[in-house]
Write a protein that binds this ligand. Structure first.
Ligand code: PSU
Ligand code: MN
Length: 303
């Protein structure tokens, strides 16, 4: 087994068999600006503790796979300028070169799974980009969801992506997509997306039962849980599209592509909405943390 470095809190949770909830670090280092990034990360960790679980924020520091961050490490990831964005393919390079990096959904899921953690909370996952037929830009998050048995608690598929094609990919990959409490798939910043959710479940215990069933059957891979952003903190779906289109135009005129694209789009949209999208992003991650922790507790009870 490849060595992992556990924080003090996570080591104790493993000894006590307390339910753990994994968190990613790309959202800290590349998804939100300082200081809201670290403030949010700390609040998200507290929400998970309040629900009786232990947060395990995942990253790579000096080439070590870290599960759980000490406070100074979290501050460093949030404020330093030279943190790499690590998806699955970047892990071997970063580790063998002993570098520092923030893990995406894909890399976080893999490391969480190595640590035996089954529940992972984020904002939104990567997916099929809107111009993928030309660029082939499809996030490694999707491939990872077909392989790794860690549930992803998100606010749906980001509306900067091609939601329809992302849903098709997930169907092909055998990944159930289940929305909490509504029939329509949420669209990250918005409670609506224009797409019907493949499944709907209304309570965390039902979701825990779905996870248990999938994995007991020997079906590997994730379940994408879509938890709508709280309605009073959403940016309505009808308003979002203009901001997204102008961010996509800016990316194309500045020739931004590959792993730089998602962080660029998030920044552009935050600028265009005078920070409202950042507020929605913070609200939805916190909301997901609460829901994810309750699912982790229910899953622990079933086992
Ligand atoms: N969603 C957010 N903020 C983020 C991301 C997603 O609200 O920062 C990050 C996640 O780490 C996700 C990554 O894995 O963006 C997807 O990047 P790409 O499209 O390059 O695969
Ligand atoms: Mn990409």
């Amino acid at each position: 087994m490849y060595p992992l470095v556990f924080s003090t809190e996570v080591s104790k949770a493993l000894r006590d068999r307390s339910p753990l909830v994994a968190l990613e670090s790309t959202i800290i280092a590349h998804g939100m600006p300082w200081p809201q990034n670290t403030e949010t990360a700390l609040q998200v960790e507290s929400i998970i503790r309040e629900k009786g679980c232990v947060p395990a924020t995942i990253s790579v520091l000096k080439g070590k796979l870290c599960v759980g961050l000490e406070r100074d490490q979290l501050m460093y990831l949030g404020s330093s300028k030279d943190i790499m964005k690590l998806s699955i393919r970047d892990l071997p390079f970063d580790i063998s070169e002993k570098k520092n990096g923030a893990t995406t959904v894909a890399a976080t899921m893999r490391i969480a799974s190595m640590a035996g953690i089954r529940i992972f909370v984020t904002g939104g996952t990567g997916g099929v980009h809107r111009d993928a037929s030309r660029t082939m830009d499809i996030s490694a998050d999707l491939a990872e969801m077909s392989l790794t048995s860690v549930a992803v608690i998100s606010a749906g598929i980001k509306s900067v992506l091609d939601i329809g094609h992302t849903l098709e990919y997930l169907e092909t990959a055998g990944v159930p997509v289940v929305t909490v409490g509504q029939d329509e798939l949420p669209g990250f910043y918005s409670t609506r997306s224009g797409f019907r959710s493949p499944y709907r479940l209304d309570s965390p215990v039902d979701i825990a039962r779905l996870l248990k069933t999938k994995w007991e059957m020997g079906l590997q891979g994730s379940v994408l849980v879509a938890n709508p952003v709280p309605e009073n903190q959403e940016i309505p779906f009808s308003q979002m599209e203009q901001y997204i289109e102008s961010a996509l135009r800016a990316a194309s005129s500045e020739n931004i592509h590959g792993k730089a694209l998602t962080p660029f789009l998030l920044k552009e949209i935050a600028k265009a909405t005078s920070g409202k999208s950042l507020e929605a992003n913070i609200a939805l991650v916190k909301n997901n943390a609460g829901t994810g922790a309750v699912i982790a507790n229910e899953l622990a009870k079933l086992q």
